[in-house]
Design a protein around this ligand. Structure first.
Ligand code: PEP
Length: 253
């Protein structure tokens, strides 16, 4: 049984005051915890204050990125143990913006995922094809190669079982959502890849999230698909009401 996970990636939005306001508002909407799991990924500067507000609540904390070394002369970077210390449960690795704007290769994504697991943080490993790759009929090839490269050395043990997020680049921040059928098709492909490479047990346990312009209006159709186990939400996670709307759509599935 895979529990639905709704995760909000705030990207480079929200200073400390706004971040705290957003989680306070989100928590005030729910009089009891929803049946699905919920996480928010604020920018680094807001992680600590947000962690304080989330203590004892149903919302888990995540980071948007990490570096794989534990400490040292790595100016501008944040280590897995620093994230652990302030209570991060998840961290995103290999988001398409990191891959395409900052040129992060698969090997880095894998190193980050492995380093997170060593301190007990669950990596959310993102994969997804660009529009031209889909149009060239290469979407599955691209995703398979990202999966192969981005999971080198990763552990599939239950304690830090990775989450995979399928985020077609053409659907991120564009308002163009993949149809539930297109998303489900790729999720089946990803689960098939996991089954072939890591075995049926792992394939049946790993949660595969969909990301790309998810909103309250389209969430149910996506989340109702058999192999879609949650959503990684960008824009719509920046307002408490719309994020809460998506969480509601993820309940009782
Ligand atoms: C994302 O950043 O992971 C994302 C899916 O963004 P959006 O929901 O805005 O498309």
């Amino acid at each position: 049984m895979r529990r639905i996970l709704i995760a909000g990636n705030w990207k480079m939005h929200k200073g400390v005051g706004e971040a705290v306001e957003l989680v306070d508002e989100l928590l005030s909407i729910f009089s009891s915890p929803p049946s699905c799991e919920v996480a928010v990924m604020p920018p680094f500067t807001a992680l600590h204050p947000v962690a304080g507000r989330l203590k004892g609540s149903f919302v888990k904390l995540g980071a948007q990125n990490v570096y794989w070394e534990d400490q040292g002369a790595f100016t501008g970077e944040i280590s897995p143990s620093m994230l652990r210390e302030i209570g991060c449960h998840y961290a995103i690795v290999g988001h398409s913006e990191r891959r395409h704007i900052f040129g992060e290769p698969d090997q880095w994504v894998a190193k980050k995922a492995v380093a997170l697991q060593k301190v007990g943080i669950i990596p959310i490993i993102c994969v997804g094809e660009r529009l031209e790759e889909r149009e060239a009929g290469d979407a599955e090839g691209v995703v398979a190669s990202q999966l192969e490269g981005s999971t080198q050395g990763v552990s599939w043990d239950p304690e830090t079982l990775p989450v995979i997020a399928y985020e077609p680049v053409w659907a991120i921040g564009t308002g163009k959502t993949a149809t539930p059928e297109i998303a489900q098709e790729m999720h089946v492909f990803i689960r098939g890849w996991l089954s072939e490479n890591e075995g049926d047990g792992v394939a049946s346990r790993v949660r595969i999230l969909y990301g790309g312009s998810v909103k309250p209006e389209n969430a149910r159709g996506l989340l109702a698909q058999r192999d879609i186990d949650g959503a990684l939400v960008g824009g719509a996670s920046l307002k408490a009401q719309s994020f809460a709307g998506i969480i509601r759509e993820g309940e009782d599935l």
